[in-house]
Design a protein around this ligand. Structure first.
Ligand SMILES: Cc1cc2nc3c(=O)[nH]c(=O)nc-3n(C[C@H](O)[C@H](O)[C@H](O)COP(=O)(O)OP(=O)(O)OC[C@H]3O[C@@H](n4cnc5c(N)ncnc54)[C@H](O)[C@@H]3O)c2cc1C
Length: 295
């Protein structure tokens, strides 16, 4: 089923996984997927490795998740560092394997490279990839958007204009980059609606794994850590378990406020770990979502 059709009927809760670097970690990943399936996610997605090493695994895993769980799935696809032909072949394979949804992305610059340099024979931006998918496939298409502008963006207005173009080209819903201050999300949604973006905007939330990890990821994505959260995390620099609990409390409060204010959906960047997301969802018991079983 197209995820846009799910979003037309209900607000969604979804989980994002990444293909492990080593094949022998796949069973552990599927155990996590299995354990999180009890929360009856609206869909699960599998990221596409920027460096290339795990790209084939994305296809394999997303097909397995579709076959082995009750959840709808979405494959991530980036066009960086690949020719248009290579990207097209991935889409043909996904389509042939019965995958109905993709999130079309550009991808980050490779490690050690500050700015993105497109391949001569490749797509330059997500907008081009979305146009290609729309013209050649009947897949459901999602795209990324940025409540705090993308790190390479000229400015917030231009970044929003590109988000609007992604929708004009065929993106049926948007998922935000992670953020830790809901005011950034609400301000972005207001600006997006004013700019004529009328598709669902799903909020991307990433629970904390450790102080150092969240600081690194937030800085890479250009996401602020609010002073209050930052101060609490500072107290757990050497205690990942405590940092995780701080994160659970923060993300629970974020998700509750978003849900209460009518968000279209919440997408959890699960990082292949179930503990935090399980705790958050149990804390929330979201009304209106099919929800976790009582136990
Ligand atoms: C929900 C989500 C999932 C993600 N999944 C993955 C994943 O699986 N694998 C991975 O490697 N990365 C992933 N990323 C990260 C993503 O690849 C990076 O954020 C990347 O730097 C930008 O991707 P994009 O699709 O937003 O690019 P684009 O939309 O192409 O934007 C990139 C930059 O170019 C500008 N821009 C956009 N369109 C144009 C245009 N037509 N002309 C000129 N400038 C333009 C934008 O303002 C922005 O600064 C994900 C991000 C999100 C939010």
């Amino acid at each position: 089923m197209k995820i846009r059709d799910i979003l037309n009927r209900q607000r969604t809760v979804s989980f994002e996984f990444f293909p492990p670097r080593e094949r022998d970690r796949i069973p552990a990943m599927f155990r996590t997927i299995d354990r999180l399936s009890v929360f009856r996610p609206s869909f699960m997605s599998v990221t596409y490795g920027a460096g290339g090493s795990t790209r084939a695994l994305t296809e394999e895993i997303v097909v397995r998740v579709k076959r082995e769980t009750d959840a709808e799935v979405m494959a991530h696809l980036t066009c960086s560092a690949q020719s248009k032909e290579a990207v097209h072949s991935v889409l043909v394979r996904l389509d042939g394997a019965g995958i109905e949804n993709v999130i079309a992305l550009r991808g980050d610059p490779p490690k050690g490279q500050a700015t993105f340099v497109p391949q001569a024979a490749g797509f330059e931006h997500a907008t081009e990839l979305i146009r290609h998918i729309k013209r050649n496939f009947s897949l459901g298409i999602a795209a990324a958007c940025y409540p705090e502008p993308h790190p390479e963006a000229v400015d917030a207005k231009t970044d929003l204009e590109y988000a609007r173009r992604k929708v004009d080209e065929g993106a049926e819903f948007l998922i935000t980059q992670l953020f830790y201050d809901n005011r950034d999300f609400h301000a972005f949604v207001d600006r997006a609606r004013q700019a004529g973006i009328d598709v669902p905007i799903v909020a991307g939330l990433m629970p904390v794994v450790s102080t150092s990890q969240i600081r690194r990821i937030a800085s890479m994505c250009g996401a602020k850590i609010p002073p209050d959260l930052n101060r609490k995390l500072e107290e757990c620099v050497d205690d990942d378990e405590a940092a995780r609990e701080v994160g659970i409390e923060h993300t629970t409060a974020q998700a509750r406020e978003l849900w209460d204010s009518g968000v279209d959906g919440i997408h959890f960047y699960v990082l292949n770990r179930r503990y935090s997301v399980s705790a958050i969802l149990r804390n929330l018991a979201l009304p209106g979502h099919k929800g976790p079983p009582k136990d």
